[in-house]
Design a protein around this ligand. Structure first.
Ligand code: SF4
Length: 158
């Protein structure tokens, strides 16, 4: 979906969204029970901790630099390919909630997308917002609380 505005080459050269420090550990993707089973089968040793609700999250192993790479990250990119968790498939967009509204926001961490003309980002959001909100409604655990300052590109009722 994001290929329209974010090329695979840009992601491969950056990978910032797949590396976490302790402050942004909330950004780690939520793993559905089905995907967790597949990951455990295919990559024994990867630890997934249950979070609130039915989802899990990778157990972070922080290095001396204070950073933890997602265990699905390889030299060639994400080993999950098209099976990436919802959080990763819509990144750098985030679905957030404020009151009874769902907001499609854009993380400022992705410099590539944040550097695009606003008109291009808005066009993409207008075209894909319904699909993204629909998926978020099916998995409310993936919806984050709104963070002040995140630019909002689409709004719907919960
Ligand atoms: S699951 Fe894949 S895309 Fe998502 S953070 Fe991990 S390596 Fe990156």
């Amino acid at each position: 979906m994001l290929k329209e505005i974010l090329s695979g080459d840009s992601c491969a050269a950056c990978r910032v969204c797949c590396v976490f420090d302790r402050e942004d550990s909330w950004e780690m993707p939520l793993i559905s029970p089905e995907l967790a089973e597949e990951i455990k089968r295919e990559t024994p040793g990867v630890k997934i901790t249950r979070t609130a609700g039915k989802y899990g999250v990778f157990e972070a192993e922080y290095g001396e630099d204070g950073l933890a790479e997602c265990p699905m990250l390889t030299e060639k990119g994400c080993r999950l390919g098209e099976r990436k968790p919802f959080d990763c498939r819509i990144w750098p967009f985030r679905v957030m909630r404020k009151g009874n509204m769902l907001l499609l926001t854009l993380s400022p961490v992705c410099e590539t997308v944040s550097g695009l003309p606003v008109s291009k980002i808005s066009q993409f959001a207008a075209k894909n917002a319904d699909k993204i909100f629909e998926e978020a409604r099916k998995s409310p655990e993936t919806v984050k609380a709104y963070i002040d300052g995140y630019p909002v590109f689409a709004v719907r009722e919960v």
